[in-house]
Structures are given as C-alpha cells and as structure tokens.
Design a protein around this ligand. Sequence first.
Ligand SMILES: Nc1ncnc2c1ncn2[C@@H]1O[C@H](COP(=O)(O)OP(=O)(O)O)[C@@H](O)[C@H]1O
Ligand SMILES: [Mg+2]
Length: 313
Amino acid sequence: MPYGTLYGMIRVTGLGKRFGATPALDSLDLHVPEGQVHGLLGPNGAGKTTLVRILTTLLRPGAGQARVAGFDVVRQAADVRRHIGLVGQHAAVDELLTGRQNLAMFARLSHLPPRAATARADQLLDQFGLADAGRKPAKDYSGGMRRRLDLAAGLILAPPVLFLDEPTTGLDPRGRDQVWSAIRDLAGRGATILLTTQYLEEADRLADRISIIDGGRLAAAGTPAELKATIGGDRIEVVAASAADLAAVAALLGPYAHIDEEARRVSAPAPDRVAALTRAVRGLEEAAIAAEDIGVRRPTLDEVFLRLTERIT
Ligand SMILES: Nc1ncnc2c1ncn2[C@@H]1O[C@H](COP(=O)(O)OP(=O)(O)O)[C@@H](O)[C@H]1O
Ligand SMILES: [Mg+2]
C-alpha cells in the first residue's frame, strides 16, 4: 500500500519555528490524508507561509518533525521536492513571454525535453482554461488568468502533493472563481492539497478539513461543519425597522440576546429553531414592533474564526 494511504501525505508533529524572539510556529500538529484538500486558515502573520516554507524544504524547522509524501523534510529534502508543487504568493512568471512560452520554460527547467515541454505546456493551458490566452504575453493577463498560470507552472510534473499559499489573495471575485474551479479540478484528480487562506469562505468552499492557526498555534481543527458547531447552535435574528425598538426586541428574545446597533439586529440562541421563531413573531406582533427581517440561521465560519482568533469578545 502506498505510504500516503497509510500515514497521510502531510504529517506534522510538534513543529516549531522562531525568528529571533518571535515564535512564528509553536508546537503545530497537522495531518492530511491522501487526496484531501486541507485549508490552513489564519490572519496575516499567523505562520501560514512559514509552515509552507518548512514543508517545501525552503526553511528548516526549529523543533518537531514534518513528513511529506512519507519523506522527512530535513533528512530527505530532495525526495520531498520530487513529490511536491508549490504555488506561492509571488510567482516567477516572465512578463514578456507568452503563457505557453512560460510553461514550456518551466517544463524545461524541470528537465523535460523540448518537445515534451511544449506538449505539457499545451496540456496545462487546456486544463486551466488558458488555451486561447496561451499566445498572449503574461503582462496582458487578468489577475485570475495570471494566478491560473502560476498554478499551472507549479504543476508541470503533476506532483501528488500541492502547496497553495494564498492562491486568491488580491483577486477580484471573477478571478477568484476561476482559481477556485482550477483548484477543485486538481482535487478531483486526486491531488493532496494544503491551501492557505485568510478567507473563511474559501476554506469553507474548498477544504475537506480546516486548521485555524493564529500566532503560530493551532486554534481549532475540523470539518467546516464541525467548526461551525463548536461555537454553538442555531441563532434567531431579528432586524428591527426602527433602532428605537432594539431594547424591546432584545427583551423579547431572552437573557442571552445580543444587540448589534449598527445593523439594527438582535440575535439570540435558538436551539428549538421553529418554536423560537414562532414565539418571536408572536411577541413582535403583540408589542406592535415592526421587523424588517427575521430568521433562524447557523453561525457562519466567520463567527467561528473571529471568536477563535479573539477579534471579538
Ligand atoms: N524571515 C523572517 N524573519 C523574521 N520574521 C519572520 C520571517 N518570516 C516570517 N516572520 C514572522 O513570523 C510570523 C509568521 O509569518 P508568516 O508565516 O509569513 O505568516 P502568514 O503567512 O500567516 O501571514 C510573523 O510574525 C512574521 O513577521
Ligand atoms: Mg503568508
């Protein structure tokens, strides 16, 4: 049985790294089984790039161990490199060359013979929806096209493990959608992917499991659904038509109601969902309070993230 099936394609235990006095990573554990997309979610400075650099052998760990595709990132760095692809925040694309020429150049750098290099370039352009754009110089690409070219460049040798460091940062929604679909396509082909992101929605949409890190430490890990469940159940929300009614609405929703003045919204735990909704509607009617909106919803991943990284109280 291949290694990855048994032990996971990425296995990190007690990983630590300091830059001077700053701990960039602190006793981090991570396990990604073969074929999974793992989202590493964290704010700026959380340690995401540091982890990616260690796992791609560009940086030595200060403490702990990490194996990728079964190989130790320190003692078997060359073996690790043969099994990985890395798409970083800044790619080494030549602006003046066409997309096709860029990919062919990367393929040559990966030791493919000239003819095979061009064939691989064309295959990748096709796979990433860049067949037409392939003849244009990279400087004329949109953000989304450019990032897909970066992705393609990291995939010349179709490595089984891929590291994507903030692949959609700075893209507009259209470019982001294009990159998302390219990543889904890669996942569909069975690649094991570690994707770092600052965007909850991105992790929610693409990842099988998510690790939330903050200050180099693991704050939480689980499937998107598990993480949402960790901060509690459903909530009822009422948007009052008038700000003057907020306190009265809060009184109706019970002792745990929370008022958001700016949004004119009151929310409260609603474990009994429909019953809570019915009580609220009736109460509002009896008190003759006009509501602009009312509903019961799951907490969002945003709330989980903000709570865990203590950006809200
Ligand atoms: N080469 C370096 N020298 C000094 N400090 C660094 C270096 N690389 C990263 N750091 C620090 O380590 C922490 C984590 O950085 P990084 O891994 O880049 O975070 P992220 O990618 O999540 O934004 C930050 O405090 C950053 O300033
Ligand atoms: Mg980073």
